[in-house]
Design a protein around this ligand. Sequence first.
Ligand SMILES: Nc1nc2c(ncn2[C@@H]2O[C@H](COP(=O)(O)OP(=O)(O)OP(=O)(O)O)[C@@H](O)[C@H]2O)c(=O)[nH]1
Length: 305
Amino acid sequence: MTVPILLITGFLGAGKTSFINEMLRDAGGMRIAAIVNDFGSINIDAALLETASDDVIGLKNGCICCSLQGDLLRTLRQILRQGDPQLIVIEASGIADPQGIVTALMDPVLWQAATLDTILCIVDAEDLSTNPDRWQDPLWQAQIASADIIQLSKLPPKSASLAPLTARLAAMGKPAVFGQDGSTLAVRDLIGRGTHRRDPGQRSLIDSGRFTSLEWSCETPVSMPRFQRLIGALSGQLLRAKGFLTFREKPGEHLLFQLVGRRASLAPSERKQNGCQLVLIGEKSDFDPDAAEQRLNTELLTPSG
Ligand SMILES: Nc1nc2c(ncn2[C@@H]2O[C@H](COP(=O)(O)OP(=O)(O)OP(=O)(O)O)[C@@H](O)[C@H]2O)c(=O)[nH]1
């Protein structure tokens, strides 16, 4: 019997890692292996999932829909050789066109051992309401188009206000929206929802050079007010930022930093490390990584920083 593959897609910061974490926690004894793809060279998503499962493999420094297709296949073969999973979950990076991953998974040898079963797209309801241009975003549209099912995240307090959103998704041919009350389906109910209409010949039409990123790290804690000022100044250029931070003002505290759009958060992190590791992602037209790096170095690493 082949092992089913569940592919989780969704735009930058939509909530893919949060969803998988919840799924792994509620797996009910099912043996799940997870592959997560971070666009940058710092494997933050894999670190965030490590606490939930031992079988998490991170693929970094590229996108599994294009440059890392070979790595994806190698990793899948390794998982199948070494373990006996009942389900393999793949988290695509937020900039991935799922079509590239679907094509990679059509590999005739892999197909006999592990088969793409269902594509679940996480859709950020908050992003859609604050950023209506998202509906026209070709990458976002490609992620929706590939999906078998859609899970909404970041729901407004009153679910009635979701009706226009769900109606519009239904008009795009994606009526199988669930989770409007914030609930997610049990992992077993996610399997078997694919329509098996994969077309290996289909090519991605997405501009793979649209995004750029900066990975920045330092070995000592930084000034919290300076960091907050700097991120406030950069946030208009960024689509997504995340990282592990320590601050001089909070000795002994290890923090996870998240930014999606303009919303930033800091939360205690399981990962204990000295210093900081940060990934900043934006569109090439808005975000200049070299200028941002210079600002981070000058404003956080100088003696008065
Ligand atoms: N309020 C709320 N916040 C959420 C929800 N899902 C995710 N978040 C928050 O959104 C931020 C991004 O969540 P992730 O799960 O890391 O998103 P992602 O899609 O994996 O992000 P990338 O892989 O970096 O594109 C984090 O701060 C989460 O805590 C949700 O349903 N409600």
